[in-house]
Design a protein around this ligand. Structure first.
Ligand code: ADP
Ligand code: MG
Length: 675
């Protein structure tokens, strides 16, 4: 291929032949049956084989537009063909071309009813015997950036001609495991997926049921599970460097701290954490709990255990506002016993606070990214807590951990993680779940409303604000555009200001300077602003209990998990919350998303169903975690293979001695290295 094409592929992350052969078709079209042209019918795509006659360029008025017409002719007759914008076809199909090897062509494309009769429209056109796009079972590839399915088909056909995959692709899976599940070797599987034989089962290919599919699915899940098991082994080989108190004195402290009785789930998770802290290697635990499930008190009690045992604690949140919120609640819960400081980018006298941390005078630091700055030192950091962990990379979490000598780690997330994902992306962490809300909560009521009833919604909004309620109005962040059928932030803001004339209204979005954004959020939290027009920057962790109303504009443009997080901002106090999702025209998946959104407020159910609708994709976060990403496997669909792969990985590692483990570790690392 030429350099421009290579650049396009590189842009899409395809650099090597290896990358290409793992770029798999996502469906197949059966173009085996060649029709006699006399049998063509309007309305469907078909494949024809014959001579091309009378191929000529037609002049058109528009210079950017060209038309080529001709006929495909076989023993049964001839069929008119029209091509748009492919003037070169006139030369390529010229029967007097001296390089001509055959005068037979394979054409595949849709047949339509034109004024003068049937015609074949813009078909692929290839010499018979060399056909890639017709006369066989044709793989359809997902586009790679600018490179479309047809170009990819040609490129991969070239690769397969030049490389003998069954012989040249090294096998990664032990033979014993291939035999256990009756799977073909990798090279054969890849060959079968890119170039299905003439007698392949198209339905099985499209349903990912072929042995070749199973081989790829299992292989990549096994690789992922081996990488995860190695990570886990490495963590477990690290001995813990500090001990924690247990016993009656600690128990008394832990009982005195919470201002309310813990829920059963909170009790259970605390027991899991205390058990971790008594183990001989550091804790690496993920605490997941839906919005409002009460993660903060659990973090506070874990921190109290560290502090009471004479170690320091750190609590990191993704934004200044959240850090301030947490500082206020942690200082309230723990501040009388242990000196607690706030460390954010904009905090005054940060120098003095850092000195207090380094000397050990301050016992607990609550903050933002400011905590991982080089100048921050701890005297003896024992426990690290990270809130809304998906907002931080693994690298940042490790930077904070490195401020101490292998401190224990608790990461928290309000984005529930389906169990299939917990076993992949977060496989190096043990998982605790808060699956119970504190008593007395009424989940926000949800209404899904078409845009034509917007006026009515805003009328109710006006009445609610007049009655003293506080409201979020959320818009997707897009520029004003005639083409996109969605409300822009500016439009929404203008509408809200008009509807709420006389009331103070604020705006926040991600491109705003940080201090300005925080000012607006603070003003809303304090009640100086009665309605906040916002993009999804408010989606994470924001706790304004007095906010009870939410309108989401162009709700069809948000993901299900995102909608759920947004809704979690209202109904956090005693008063019930209301969330109204306004939508424009709905495609099928968007309709399903909104139906699920309205039907359930259970974050876990939403997460599983979201996963089923859109596939794991980036939600997996494996790439960010430095783990191999999944291309063939789909979750939760391939759950059974995931479980097999996990068990096999453990069994495999269990049989290796230390030297063999190191070898394997190196192999996995080298596969992970970016190209
Ligand atoms: P999240 O899990 O979203 O971080 P928070 O920790 O902010 O939730 O808790 C949400 C609210 O619920 C807080 O106001 C908190 O004080 C309250 N809360 C937490 N646990 C309980 C409980 N067991 N009983 C009563 N209220 C609770
Ligand atoms: Mg929280």
């Amino acid at each position: 291929m030429g350099p421009a094409r290579a650049r396009d592929l590189a842009h899409a992350g395809l650099y090597t032949v290896r990358d290409l052969i793992f770029h798999l078709p996502f469906r197949y079209e059966d173009r085996r049956g060649v029709l006699p042209v006399a049998a063509a019918v309007a309305g469907s795509a078909a494949t024809f084989r014959g001579r091309l006659v009378g191929v000529r360029r037609i002049r058109t008025r528009r210079r950017s537009f060209s038309l080529v017409r001709g006929f495909v002719e076989d023993a049964s007759g001839r069929l008119p063909v029209v091509w748009f914008n492919r003037p070169y076809l006139v030369h390529q199909t010229d029967p007097t071309d001296p390089t001509d090897r055959s005068d037979q062509f394979v054409l595949h494309g849709p047949v339509r009813q034109a004024k003068e009769g049937l015609e074949l429209v813009n078909p692929s056109c290839e010499r018979a015997g060399e056909a890639v796009h017709g006369d066989r079972i044709v793989p359809v590839y997902p586009a790679a950036g600018k490179v479309g399915p047809a170009a990819l088909r040609r490129i991969l056909d070239g690769v397969l001609r030049q490389a003998d995959l069954p012989r040249e692709v090294p096998e990664m899976v032990p033979l014993e495991l291939l035999q256990r599940y009756d799977l073909p070797p990798l090279g054969e599987a890849l060959e079968a997926l890119h170039h299905p034989g003439a007698d392949a089962d198209v339905a099985a290919l499209n349903e990912r049921r072929t042995p070749a599919h199973r081989r790829l699915i299992y292989g990549e899940l096994l690789e992922l599970q081996v990488a995860l098991a190695l990570l886990r082994l490495r963590e477990e080989a690290e001995p813990r460097t500090r001990r924690y108190r247990s016993g009656p004195r600690l128990r008394k402290v832990l009982e005195e701290i919470p201002p309310f009785p813990l829920t059963g789930a909170q009790e259970r998770v605390m027991r899991e954490i205390l058990a971790d802290l008594a183990r001989p290697h550091p804790m690496l635990r993920l605490l997941q709990g839906d919005v409002g499930s009460g993660k903060t008190i659990v973090a506070a009690l874990a921190l109290a255990t560290a502090l009471e045992s004479g170690h320091q604690g750190a609590f990191m949140a993704p934004t200044e506002l959240l850090a301030e919120q947490h500082f206020a609640s942690l200082a309230r819960l723990l501040g009388d016993r242990w000196r607690t400081i706030l460390l954010t980018g904009s905090a005054a006298d940060a120098g003095r606070r850092r000195a207090e941390l380094a000397s050990g005078e301050a016992r607990l630091a609550v903050g933002t990214h400011a905590l991982i700055q080089q100048t921050v030192e701890f005297q003896d950091l024992g426990l690290v807590v990270i809130d809304e962990q998906h907002r931080f990379g693994v690298a940042q979490r490790e930077l904070l951990r490195r401020k101490g000598d292998r401190p224990d780690l608790l990461v928290m997330t309000a984005t529930p993680i389906p169990r299939s994902l917990a076993m992949t992306a977060y496989g190096d962490l043990a998982v605790s779940t808060l699956d119970e809300l504190p008593p007395g909560r009424s989940p926000a009521r949800t209404e899904v409303v078409p845009a034509r009833r917007r006026g009515e919604v805003y009328g109710r909004l006006r009445a609610a604000v007049e009655a003293g309620e506080r409201a979020y109005v959320v818009a997707p962040l897009i520029e004003e555009s005639g083409k996109i059928d969605a409300a822009s932030l500016a439009e929404v803001e203008a509408r809200v200001r008009e509807v709420l004339a006389g009331f103070p209204v604020g705006t926040v979005h991600g491109r705003m300077p940080f201090p300005e954004r925080e000012r607006a959020l603070r003003a809303f939290a304090a009640g100086e602003i009665r309605a906040l027009v916002a993009t999804t920057v408010i989606e994470v962790g924001l706790d304004v209990p007095a906010a009870t109303w939410m309108v989401i504009e162009s709700a069809e443009r948000f993901g299900l998990a995102q909608l759920h997080q947004l809704r979690g901002r209202v109904g956090r106090g005693a008063a019930p919350g209301l969330c109204i999702a306004i939508h424009g025209r709905l495609a099928d998946t968007a309709r399903r998303r909104l139906e699920i959104f309205a039907a359930t407020t259970d974050g876990f159910e939403i997460a599983e169903r979201d996963l089923a609708i859109r596939g794991p994709g980036d939600l997996l976060g494996t790439r960010q975690a430095g783990l191999p990403s999944l291309k063939a496997a789909r979750l939760p669909e391939d759950w059974d293979w995931l479980v097999r792969a996990r068990d096999d990985a453990r069994e495999m590692l269990g049989r290796l001695d230390a030297a063999a483990l190191r070898e394997l570790e190196k192999a996995v690392e080298s596969r992970r290295a970016p190209i």
